[in-house]
Write a new protein. Structure first.
Ligand code: NAD
Ligand code: UGA
Length: 464
C-alpha cells in the first residue's frame, strides 16, 4: 500500500518538525499538519519563514523547501482527516491536573478527542499512528473507539514514538539512531500498515535502523528510553553534590566514568536539573503505571529520579541565598537563560522557572535575559505556578534583551541555560558593572572557573 496523503493532528514541537522532514524527503506525499490553535497555524504559514512558531536550527530551510509544495498547515481538521490515508496523532499528553492519577498519570483527553473526531469524519480506511508519547496499552483504547463507529471503515493502529530532542530536532529526524514502529504484525492487515509506514521512513532512513515490534513494546520502549536518559542526568547530578563536599570535580568524574564503553559518555553533564516537557511527565506516568499494577518497588525506583531532580534545582537556588550572606531580600539577581536547554525557545519545566520562584519567595529582584524566549512566556511560566499574584510577578521580575543590562548593578548572576553566547560575553566588563563581591553561579558548567576567578568573581559551579 502506497501512502499519498498524510494528516498530522498537532502542529507542536513534534508534529511540525517531523512532518516538515517527511514532506521534504517524500515529495510525492501530501502532508497536512492541522491544529486547533489558530495562532500557531498562522505562524507556521507566516510568509517570513523565520517566524514559524518553533525555534529549531535548520527548520526554516526545510519548511521553506516543502511548504506550499506538499506541506500544508491548516485549522481544517475534518478536511485533512477525510483526505488522509495515514493520520499521525501528535497532540500533547500532559500530566493530569485533576481526578484520579492527578499529578502522575498522562492526561489522554486530547488523544481521545482526536480518536473520536477521526471516527466521526472517516469514510475510507485509515492507518492511525500514535506519535505522541502514551502509556502502554493506549492503542487498545483508541482501537475500541475506532472499531465501534459502525460505518464499515477499517482502522489499523500503529505506535511510532518520536525520539527527537529539541534544539537538534532536524538532525535527529534526518539521521535518527532508530525509527520504532509497533503494529499488529501477526495479522496481514497489520503487517501491511506497518510496511506502509516503513516505506515512508525508508525514503531516507536505512532499513537496518527501522525496528518493527508489537504495539505494546513500542509504547513502553518510549517511556523506558526517556526514563533511562533522565536517570543518567539524575545519577550524575547526585554525584555533583558529593563532588562539592569532597573536592572531586564532576566533569572529571563524568569523563572517567563515561570512557568505559559499557557506560558511554553522553548524557552525563551535571546541571541545575533537567527540564523539558517530557522527562518528568513520562517518568511520573511510568511510576503511575507501575503502581497501578501493584509494582511498588519499580515505582519507587523511578520516582527517585524525579526526587533527585527537584532536589538539584532547590539546592542550586538555596546555595545562592546562603552564599549571599543568607539573604537575597531586595537584592538584584540576574538570570542568564530561561529555556530548558540551549537552541530552543521551549521553556516547559525549565529549571529556570523553579530557581526564579525560589528566589522570588526569598524576596529577590529578578532580571532575566534569554536570546530566544519572549517576555510574555516568562511571565506566563511564573503566573502558572500560582505562587504570587500576576502584578507581583511583574513588579519583581524584569525581562531585558541585553545581557549586559541584565547584569548591571546585580549582586549575583546565575547561568541557567547553556547558550553558547554566554561563553563569549565580555566577563571583565560585566564584573566591572556589578556590585561587589560579585557572585557568579554556573548551573550548567558552561564557564571556565580560572578566568572568572582571575577577573575577581566569587565563582560557584555545580559539581566542584
Ligand atoms: P505541543 O504542545 O507542542 O503540541 C501539541 C499540539 O496539539 C498543540 O499545538 C495543540 O493545540 C494541538 N492539539 C491538541 N489537541 C488537539 C486536537 N484535538 N486537534 C488538533 N490539535 C490539537 O506538544 P509536543 O511537544 O509537540 O508533544 C506532542 C507529543 O509528543 C507529546 O505526547 C510528547 O510527549 C511527545 N514528544 C515530545 C517531544 C518533544 O521534544 N517536545 C519529543 C518526543 C515526543
Ligand atoms: C528528550 C530526549 O532526549 C528525546 O530523545 C525525547 O524524544 C524527548 O525528551 C521527548 O520525549 O520529549 P529533550 O527533552 O528535548 O529530549 O532534550 P534533552 O537533550 O534530552 O534534555 C532534557 C533536559 O536534560 C534538558 O534540560 C537538558 O539540559 C538536561 N540534560 C541533558 C542535562 O542536564 N545533562 C545532560 O547530560 C543531558
Amino acid at each position: 500500500m502506497r501512502i499519498r496523503n498524510i494528516c498530522c493532528i498537532g502542529a507542536g514541537y513534534v508534529g511540525g518538525p517531523t512532518m516538515a522532514v517527511i514532506a521534504q524527503k517524500c515529495p510525492e506525499i501530501d502532508v497536512t499538519v492541522v491544529d486547533i490553535n489558530e495562532k500557531r497555524i498562522a505562524a507556521w504559514n507566516d510568509k517570513n519563514v523565520e517566524n514559524i512558531p518553533i525555534y529549531e536550527p535548520g527548520l526554516p530551510e526545510v519548511v521553506q523547501e516543502a511548504r506550499g509544495r506538499n506541506l500544508f498547515f491548516s485549522t481544517d481538521v475534518d478536511a485533512a482527516i477525510d483526505k488522509a490515508d495515514m493520520i499521525f496523532i501528535s497532540v500533547n499528553t500532559p500530566t493530569k491536573t485533576y481526578g484520579i492519577g492527578k499529578g502522575m498519570a498522562a492526561d489522554l483527553k486530547y488523544i481521545e478527542l482526536c480518536a473520536r473526531q477521526i471516527a466521526r469524519v472517516s469514510k475510507t480506511d485509515k492507518i492511525v499512528v500514535e506519535k505522541s508519547t502514551l502509556p502502554v496499552r493506549t492503542a487498545e483504547a483508541l482501537k475500541n473507539i475506532l472499531d465501534n463507529t459502525g460505518n464499515g471503515v477499517n482502522f489499523q493502529i500503529l505506535s511510532n514514538p518520536e525520539f527527537l530532542a529539541e534544539g537538534t530536532a532536524v538532525d535527529d529526524l534526518m539521521d535518527p539512531d532508530r525509527v520504532l514502529i509497533g503494529g499488529d504484525i501477526d495479522s496481514a492487515k497489520g503487517k501491511e500498515a506497518v510496511d506502509a509506514l516503513v516505506n515512508v521512513y525508508a525514503h531516507w532512513v536505512p532499513k537496518s535502523k527501522i525496528l518493527t515490534t508489537n504495539v505494546w513494546s513500542s509504547e513502553l520502549s518510549k517511556l523506558t528510553a526517556n526514563a533511562f536518559l533522565a536517570q543518567r542526568v539524575s545519577s550524575i547530578n547526585a554525584m555533583s553534590e558529593l563532588c562539592e563536599k569532597t573536592g572531586a570535580d564532576v566533569t572529571e568524574v563524568a569523563k572517567a566514568v563515561g570512557m568505559d564503553s559499557r557506560i558511554g559518555s553522553k548524557f552525563l553533564k551535571s546541571s541545575v536539573g533537567f527540564g523539558g516537557s517530557c522527562f518528568q511527565k513520562d517518568i511520573l506516568n511510568l511510576v503511575y503505571i507501575a503502581k497501578s499494577f501493584g509494582l511498588h518497588e519499580v515505582a519507587d525506583y523511578w520516582e527517585q529520579v524525579i526526587i533527585m531532580n527537584d532536589h538539584q534545582k532547590r539546592r542550586f537556588a538555596s546555595n545562592i541565598v546562603s552564599s549571599l550572606f543568607n539573604t537575597v531580600s531586595g537584592k538584584k539577581i540576574a538570570l542568564l537563560g530561561w529555556a530548558f536547554k540551549k537552541d530552543t525557545n521551549d521553556t516547559r519545566e525549565s529549571a529556570a522557572i523553579y530557581v526564579a520562584d525560589y528566589l522570588l519567595n526569598e524576596q529577590a529582584e529578578i532580571v532575566v535575559y534569554d536570546p530566544k524566549v519572549k517576555e510574555e512566556q516568562i511571565f506566563a511560566d511564573l503566573d502558572n505556578l500560582n505562587s504570587r499574584s500576576e502584578e507581583e510577578n511583574r513588579k519583581r521580575v524584569t525581562v531585558l534583551n541585553d545581557p549586559y543590562e541584565v547584569c548591571r548593578d546585580a549582586h549575583a548572576i546565575a547561568v541557567l541555560t547553556e547558550w553558547d553566547e554566554f561563553k563569549e560575553m565580555d566577563w571583565g566588563k560585566i564584573y566591572k558593572d556589578m556590585l561587589k563581591p560579585a557572585f557568579l553561579f554556573d548551573g550548567r558548567r558552561l564557564l571556565e572557573r580560572k578566568t572568572k576567578e582571575e577577573i575577581g568573581f566569587e565563582f560557584y559551579a555545580i559539581g566542584s
